[in-house]
Design a protein around this ligand. Sequence first.
Ligand SMILES: NC(=O)c1ccc[n+]([C@@H]2O[C@H](COP(=O)([O-])OP(=O)(O)OC[C@H]3O[C@@H](n4cnc5c(N)ncnc54)[C@H](OP(=O)(O)O)[C@@H]3O)[C@@H](O)[C@H]2O)c1
Length: 273
Amino acid sequence: MRVIESHGARIPIIGFGTMTLKDDLCIDLVEAALHLGYRHLDTAQNYGNEREVGAGLRRSGIRREDVFLTTKVWFNRLAEGDFERSVDESLARLGLPFVDLLLIHWPNAQIPLAASIAALCKVKRAGLAKHIGVANFNIAMIEEANKLATEPLACLQIEAHPYLDQSRVIAAARRHGMAVVGYCPLARGKVPGDEVLQRVGRAHGKTPAQVALADLEQQDIIPIPRTSKRERLSENLGSVELSLSAAEMTEIDKLKRPNARIVSPPQSPQWDN
Ligand SMILES: NC(=O)c1ccc[n+]([C@@H]2O[C@H](COP(=O)([O-])OP(=O)(O)OC[C@H]3O[C@@H](n4cnc5c(N)ncnc54)[C@H](OP(=O)(O)O)[C@@H]3O)[C@@H](O)[C@H]2O)c1
């Protein structure tokens, strides 16, 4: 599978997002995803399923070094000391000595960025995370984090789908050589009913979900779609075989509209758009 390289990290171009997946369903789907060919898993302390994600990984029998696994530190655990404890707890639940990528899940205005970036870098130096990065940062925070970091920040994870214009924040991440991972790539279920995506898909014998995912992949944005259904695991993975034309991507780009953001909880920073 194609990978996006960033500061030594090699991130597979599509990942399996696991938010909301719990218990045996989560274990089964992680195992199934890996058997189908996914090599990138996205979890978080806050999803309450690190134990199941680790179990699915082990049950798959796929070699650990062949899978890129991300977890995240929740925004109320960013203070020095607490940050490290949070990572230790995540690793214990996952049953792993390290993760491939550790992200600050959301910024926290109550905790100085210098403290949480220092803790993030310390965790990398300790070998508990091969690579580090941030999620849900705005441009100013990306700039400041990169100034503060003593280890390279390899990734920015943000909301990304055909309706949301993230071009400015993506450009900021790229200036620092950060890979961009896109969450909610199916706009939480809005994509399948979209007439433009349906029409583009029909021309290729593909589904609208595959079109939306391929559109991100061709812009080097790594989608991490979630599904609770096995058949959709392979459908979403099939996006990597679709090649959209420049004209089709221009048409999809025109789907961008104001107020398209889906995820904006109270801890969100001042967004750039
Ligand atoms: N860093 C952050 O702050 C953050 C925030 C949100 C999400 N994330 C990560 O990003 C991942 C993905 O985002 P998300 O789960 O919010 O949204 P999403 O992947 O855009 O959408 C998931 C929804 O789409 C449906 N779906 C999946 N594949 C489909 C297909 N081929 N055709 C039709 N419907 C389909 C799923 O329903 P079924 O289950 O019925 O298939 C589910 O309801 C999360 O799981 C999580 O890992 C990160």
